[in-house]
Design a protein around this ligand. Sequence first.
Ligand SMILES: [Zn+2]
Length: 464
Amino acid sequence: MNTILIKDGLLVESDRSWRADLLIEGEKIARIASHIKLDEVPPDTTVVPADGLCVMPGLIDAHTHYHLISRGTVTADSFAEGSKLAAFGGITTVIDFADHDKTRPLVQSAQDRIAAMSAGMAIDFALHQGVYGIPKALVSELKELKEHGVTTIKIFTTYKNVGYLIEKEGLRELFSACKKLSLMVSVHCEDDELIEQTNQQHTGTYTPADHPLLRPSEAEYRAIMDIGKLAKEFDMPFYIVHLSSARGLDAVRELRSQGVSLIVETTPHYLLLDSSFLERDDGPLYIMTPPLRSVEDKLTLQDALVAKEIQVVATDHCSFTKAQKLASDDCRLTFPGIPGTEELLPLIHTFAVASSRMSLSHMVRLLSTAPAKAFGLYPQKGSLRVGSDADIVIFDPEHLWTLSAETLHSEAGYTPYEGFGVAGKAIMTYARGRLIMGDDVYLGTPGEGQFLRAGVPQVYRGFR
Ligand SMILES: [Zn+2]
């Protein structure tokens, strides 16, 4: 059996960090002790010196869209490429999305996506299932989904025009069923009516810089409040994907003060970019929904992250090539979405940890432990415990480098963070005991990633 001894690293868990040795046997973490002697391990053990380095549980990008087929095209990073970006970024698990084909049972949409991902992924993955309409046999379809290991569903409060929006009565039925089955409801929160109204009243241009005007943050506030009301009525938690604005955060605070339990995700782009990027000549490269907001919004979200009002940072990686993005500068036509998986760890480490605003443990909670718990993957994932999967990232917190299309690997051919100086780099990434990235060389193999059957989201058992 493959044994690896990682020596003298700083082990970082979500609640503490300490100096210790860690032994991997096969696919699992086998032992952790302050000092493991070489005569205690098999002679063919690989010894990895990690003095001065952090040893963290592999990160989880809980929001990716690899190989997304959308608007008659497909995104730049497929499952194999996405896995590669993840490995370079210290990420060992992603949670991707399956669209809802309303002509077939939900579980079939999920199974198609799982089959395609199983063939291409080099790291483990779980799935969120989109629900864009209410099937007749809703409860039994959701039950089947749960039995197949898919325990979150994703809904939209917008995109009525493409058939994604579920009307009020349908939502009540859905929430009631999800509560009964302890499924997590993830929500893209933008109020469709307000967006429609705003668009009808709009008389100006449709440049990238107009995009935030067409999808105002007030729409995020309204949608969160509406969904919150429903969640309160059914006394159930929900998960907000990609919170983008201070107004959205107002809604989160109001609902929490009313006792609603919600888990909030934001992304590096809402924390570190703002609408001024849309005014540049290459503005279309920065279009996603919800749109980038003001500098004040960005700073408010940063403070909320540090203050633990936000539980998860994930990327919403949805990469189009530069050519795809720049094909139109009409913000209604530009493909929405940006790359981000590979940039996640260095960005959050730089902005939050290297700047002394949060501890390494807090970062591990945001990027690994909290998503594992929220989506029923803990403690197999998201933890350095004996018995957990040997998904480990060895991270050099002092490595200074510059994010650039030249230094990163997305097929998009650009990074929204071009020229950002960062502190910290993943130098070795292990996925279930296999080294998939070391010293800037990618070693992953498509097909080696496994589908993770998610359990009950921990929020149903008291999320901490
Ligand atoms: Zn998304």
